[in-house]
Structures are given as structure tokens and as C-alpha cells.
Design a protein around this ligand. Structure first.
Ligand code: HEM
Length: 457
């Protein structure tokens, strides 16, 4: 009897403790949710779709989140709020507003990157996801080093042309047979250009890539006096600080690995995915392909390869890549920022730590700007005299805007133009089955797998 009483007492105690602990955790994780919901009711934060404690906003089409976000803009306006789990976010669907916000220093933070922060411990200390002084110092350093060794300089432009010629060589080897170009664009082209800027030499066509990389690093260590690339510049800064008896500050080996990883990942995945989209849109739109080829034939001919400097003389080719950026919107939400302090914006008070999502896929599909946004029509960017309409092209900002905009924009633009125009100068692109334009999200929007047939012209 006493034993029964004791057992039931223990069970009641356990159940009670469970309820108290669960209640305390629920309150802890949902506190922000309830505060924001009160703010929303009072009009202190933008309206948005319904959300639940802890779960957040669940009415998101996970296969096509861009469709859900566009629906929210239509329903709640250009500025709306939503929850990702317990993370409070604001979406901005209009480029002019994004420009205003991202010019403001208080919107330049990066939020905690959720699971990524756990998978790769120190992402928050790099350039891509870093914050505060570390981000400022290393963004500035990367920009200046990459400018010295690449971006826009003749040597890097030549490297891009060399890589374009190599792409052509590999495609020629396929001799018109169907070929999945995913690995080609992922392993050469943009990847070699960025590796060259980071650790000069890039990857050899015979795939001695990693051996080469190790050799380069060793050589860098021997030749600190003559920096040739980003890694050399970093080593040199370390060396100068050590020689002056100063602390290394944030210029540690760990930081170097973090930064190189950020630049490498950001520098080739995006560009190579975009090039695959270019192939898809050319296969789907043969009449556009013919026009691009005609422009290249007239302006450049076949005797020499296109170069980044040719862009202004090839407005239609340029317009095609801009239209592909617009219609694919393959980085549909850019990379989210976060507020570093509470900010009054229009009638709202945006709390510190709020994630700001630039919903560029909405701007790129806004019928008020584009009229027929669902139609692939590069001609929309071409004026009466055949010139590129810069004011309209300026509405397409896939690299984002403001002080945290893509660090590799000029490099990426040069690569895309040169690779795209060189491929079309040499080949007519088709496929056995016309690939669909339906994107998969991972984490940028990628095209479906397809087999490219590149026939020599
Ligand atoms: C088609 C190609 C590319 C696209 C569409 C793209 C797009 C973007 C976007 C949307 C952002 C976020 C900007 C923001 O937070 O407001 C970004 C950031 C960044 N991108 Fe790119 N990018 C491309 C290529 C490159 C290349 C070639 C590099 C190589 C250096 C690069 C390096 C970076 C870095 C380091 C950041 C982080 C900047 C920061 O947080 O300060 N990207 N990119």
C-alpha cells in the first residue's frame, strides 16, 4: 500500500516536472513569437501570413518557395513579416526599398545561419556570413587583394578567355554527342578562375588539381616577398605583422581557411549554375540563340575569341544574359541580412536581430515593371537603335545592392559574358529532350538535369 502511494507520488511528480519544464521551454522559445504577434496587431511591424509558436509560418511551398513569397507580396504588400521556426523575418519585395535599406549600416548584419553554423563551426567569422569588425576587415582585404591580382586586370581577363577556350575544347571532344554539362561547368571555367585568383595556377586540365594546390601553397610560403594572389597577400600581411612585433589580430591561419572557403564556394557554384541556366534557355529558345550568334559573327567574327571588353559592342548578347538572370531569379532571396539595432522604418519599428530577406524574385516578376514577366524576351532590354537600355537593365540586380553586395560581381559578370559568348560563337546548342525551366532549390535554384548537344558551327 505504502509502495503504491510512493510510486503514484513519484509518477505525479515526474509528470508535473515534465509539464513545468516543457512549459518553461515553450515560453522561452515562443516569447519572441508572442511579442512580435502583439507588435503585428498594433501595426508596429509589417503584416504577414499566419504563424505558430515554435513552428513559425508553415504555409510555405518548400519545393517552390519563390512562388509563396510572391503570393505574400501580392497579399501583404512590398514589406511583410513571417517566421522561419522561431526566427523573425521581414521580406522586401521591391528593389528601391531594398536599396534604401541596404545602404543603411544598421541593415548590414548577417543573421545566425541556423544549421550551417553547427555544421561548419566558424562560418560566422568569415566574409560571407561574418559580422562586425571581422567582416569589415576581411571584406576590405579580399576586395583589395583580388583587385590587385585579378578583377578587371588584363591578366585575369586573359585567364577568363583561356578558360572559355578550354570549355570549347572539352565540348568539341564530345563531337555533338549528348553530354551532361553539370560537371564541366562545376569543375572548370569559373572554378578555375577563382582558384587562380585565390591560389594562383588553378587546376590543370589533366586534373592534377589538388597536387597543384599543395605545390602552390608550399611555393607561396617560400616566396613571401612577391605576392601573386589572395593567399600570398594574406601570408604577407601575417609576415609584416610578425616582423613588426605586432599581434596577428584576425589574420590567423584559421581565418585564412575560412575566407578562402567562403570565396571559393561563393565564387564558382553560383556562376557555374547560372551557365547551365544559359544553356537551358538557349536550347528552349533557338531563335534567340540564332540572334546571339548573328551578333557575335557580325561584331567579332570567328577569327578571335570574345573578351569581356566586347560586352558593350554586343548589346543583344548582354541583354540575353540579363534576361536569363531576371527570369530564372536563381538566387531568389539573395542572402538575408539582419538589423544590428532597433530601426524605425516607415511606420514600423523593426527589432534588433530581425532577418531581412530581399525578395528579388518578386521584383524580377513584377508585371508593373516588366509587363509580361513570364515571357523570355531579351528584346525588352534593347532600345530603338539596338542599344542596351541601361535604366531597365538596372532593375535586375542579382548580385544585390548596397555595402554588402556580392564581392565578386565584376568577376562573375566578365566570366558569364565571356563563357556564354565563346560557347555560342563555336556551337549551336540543342538537346534530345527540351529541358524544362522548372527549378530545383539547392540552395540556389538549379535547372533540371539535361544532356547538352553542342554541334560545331
Ligand atoms: C552569377 C554569379 C553570382 C551571383 C548571382 C552572386 C550573388 C550574390 C548575392 C545575392 C550575394 C549577397 C549580397 C548581400 O548580402 O546583399 C553575394 C554575396 C557574396 N558573393 Fe556573390 N554572386 C555571384 C558570384 C560570385 C563570385 C564569382 C564571387 C567570388 C569572389 C562571389 C563572392 C561573394 C562573396 C564573398 C559574398 C559575400 C559578401 C559579403 O557578405 O560582404 N560571388 N553574391
Amino acid at each position: 500500500m505504502a509502495c503504491d502511494f510512493f510510486l503514484s507520488f513519484t509518477w505525479t511528480n515526474c509528470a508535473l516536472s515534465f509539464v513545468v519544464v516543457a512549459g518553461a521551454l515553450f515560453f522561452k522559445w515562443s516569447r519572441k513569437y508572442f511579442l512580435r504577434m502583439i507588435d503585428r496587431r498594433l501595426g508596429r511591424i509589417p503584416p504577414g501570413p499566419r504563424a505558430f509558436p515554435i513552428l513559425g509560418t508553415i504555409d510555405i511551398d518548400t519545393k517552390q518557395p519563390q512562388v509563396t513569397f510572391r503570393k505574400w507580396v501580392a497579399e501583404y504588400g512590398d514589406v511583410f513579416s513571417f517566421f522561419l521556426g522561431s526566427r523573425f523575418c521581414i521580406g522586401v519585395g521591391d528593389l528601391a526599398l531594398v536599396r534604401t535599406l541596404f545602404r543603411d549600416n544598421r541593415f548590414l548584419g548577417r543573421p545566425n545561419q541556423g544549421i550551417f553554423g553547427h555544421l561548419d563551426g566558424d562560418v560566422t567569422e568569415g566574409i560571407l556570413f561574418g559580422n562586425g569588425e571581422i567582416w569589415k576587415e576581411h571584406r576590405r582585404f579580399a576586395l583589395s587583394a583580388l583587385r590587385d591580382f585579378g578583377f578587371g586586370k588584363a591578366s585575369s581577363l586573359e585567364k577568363i578567355q583561356k578558360e572559355a577556350a578550354y570549355l570549347v575544347e572539352v565540348l568539341k571532344e564530345q563531337d555533338g554527342a549528348p553530354y551532361d554539362p553539370t560537371m564541366l561547368f562545376a569543375s572548370v571555367g569559373s572554378r578555375n578562375v577563382i582558384s587562380d585568383l585565390l591560389f594562383s595556377g588553378g587546376f590543370a586540365p589533366t586534373d592534377q588539381r589538388f597536387i597543384q594546390f599543395i605545390e602552390n601553397v608550399k611555393e607561396n610560403l617560400r616566396e613571401l616577398a612577391g605576392p601573386r594572389d589572395y593567399i600570398d597577400a594574406f601570408f604577407l600581411t601575417q609576415h609584416e605583422r610578425k616582423t613588426a612585433g605586432e599581434s596577428l589580430g584576425t589574420f590567423t591561419d584559421k581565418q585564412l581557411v575560412r575566407n578562402v572557403s567562403d570565396l571559393f564556394v561563393a565564387g564558382y557554384e553560383t556562376t557555374s549554375t547560372f551557365l547551365r541556366w544559359c544553356m537551358v534557355y538557349m536550347i528552349r529558345n533557338p531563335e534567340v540563340q540564332v540572334k546571339v550568334q548573328a551578333e557575335i559573327d557580325t561584331v567579332i567574327g570567328r577569327a578571335r575569341n570574345p573578351a569581356p571588353a566586347d560586352k558593350s559592342s554586343l548589346p543583344y548578347t548582354d541583354a540575353v544574359t540579363i534576361e536569363i538572370h531576371r527570369i530564372t531569379s536563381f538566387v531568389p532571396f539573395g542572402i538575408s541580412h539582419c538589423t544590428t539595432e532597433e530601426v524605425k522604418f516607415e511606420q514600423y519599428t523593426i527589432p534588433k536581430g530581425t532577418e531581412i530577406w530581399p525578395v528579388q524574385c518578386n521584383h524580377f516578376m513584377n508585371p508593373k515593371i516588366w509587363g509580361d514577366p513570364e515571357t523570355f524576351r531579351p528584346e525588352r532590354f534593347i532600345g530603338k537603335s539596338g542599344e542596351l537600355l541601361h535604366s531597365l537593365a538596372d532593375e535586375v540586380q542579382p548580385f544585390s545592392v548596397g555595402r554588402r553586395a556580392c564581392l565578386g560581381e565584376s568577376l562573375a559578370r566578365n566570366e558569364i559574358f565571356t563563357f556564354f559568348s565563346t560557347i555560342l560563337q563555336n556551337f549551336t546548342l540543342t538537346s534530345e529532350v527540351v529541358p524544362s525551366a522548372e527549378a530545383r532549390i539547392s540552395p540556389v535554384l538549379t535547372p533540371p538535369t539535361f544532356r547538352l548537344i553542342a554541334r560545331c558551327r
